[in-house]
Each structure stands twice: as structure tokens, then as C-alpha cells.
Design a binder for this molecule. Structure first.
Ligand code: AMP
Length: 127
């Protein structure tokens, strides 16, 4: 089933300039900004400017240039914020939620970058 992109979602509105954001980085294809409800001292969202619903949609339909720009931008955010272990930073976690089980709230593909504290276990065991 093909994905249908909802142009009214909040990140689409940010990209159109209808809602302000605290930008960390912007390129031709990618925007990174601080999450409005941070769940860690560092909580940044990285989004493609193209109309992609989630990770698998982006991976299947974005151009190689968009994908490379997105990944390099996300890494640049980690460097800019001083959390990159390769530079002596304390590390971070990236998360991309998708669909109902992933508990995705905003239907525009985004990567969370979280850091600034020990984040704990990724998931609770089910057994
Ligand atoms: P998800 O559950 O993965 O879809 O995450 C959506 C994220 O978007 C949440 O962490 C929200 O706090 C964040 N968010 C929602 N509206 C805004 C906004 N206007 N500016 C920045 N972050 C937002």
C-alpha cells in the first residue's frame, strides 16, 4: 500500500514557515531543530524536507542525495552539540518511531537525537 503524506502535519507546517522552530542545522534537503517537549537535556529532531511519512518510506523513495544529506546532517548535529563519542562526547541515541506500534505521533519522517544524560535501557523486557 502506498503511503499518503498528510500536508497538515506539524513538521510540514514548520517547513512551510507557518510555525517557528529552534533550528540547529539546515541544508538543502534537511532541517534539524530542538524538540518542543525534550525528554533529555539534548533532544533534537532531524527531518527531511521532502514529503516522507516514515523511515521505510524515506528509504524507499528518497534520492541518494537526500538520504546522504539526511544522515550526514544528523551526524553533524551530534558533532555540533558535543555529544559525539569520537570527539570525546558522552554519546547519544537515535530513534525513529513508525506507525501504531512505534507510537509515531507526527507523520513526517524524523529522527530523534537524544543525549546529555544516561538514557537507560532502550526497551523494557517483555518476559
Ligand atoms: P514521534 O512520537 O516520534 O512522532 O515524535 C514527535 C515529536 O515531535 C515529539 O517528541 C514532540 O515533542 C515533537 N514536536 C511536536 N510538535 C513540535 C514542534 N512544534 N516543534 C518541535 N517539536 C515538536
Amino acid at each position: 500500500m502506498a503511503y499518503v503524506y498528510d500536508d497538515t502535519n506539524v513538521f510540514a507546517r514548520i517547513l512551510r514557515g507557518e510555525i517557528p522552530n529552534k533550528t540547529v542545522l539546515e541544508t538543502e534537503h534537511t532541517l534539524a531543530f530542538h524538540d518542543i517537549g525534550p525528554q533529555a537535556p539534548v533532544h533534537v529532531l532531524v527531518i527531511p524536507k521532502g514529503k516522507y511519512v516514515n523511515f521505510d518510506h524515506f528509504s524507499a523513495e528518497a534520492s541518494t542525495e537526500e538520504i546522504a544529506d539526511f544522515m550526514r546532517s544528523a551526524a553533524a548535529v551530534c558533532e555540533t552539540l558535543g555529544i559525539r563519542p569520537g570527539d570525546g562526547g558522552q554519546g547519544y541515541r537515535t530513534i525513529s518511531n513508525a506507525g501504531t506500534h512505534g507510537v509515531q505521533e507526527v507523520p513526517h519522517y524524523h529522527m530523534h537525537i537524544l543525549g546529555g544524560r544516561v538514557l537507560g535501557s532502550m526497551l523494557k523486557r517483555v518476559d
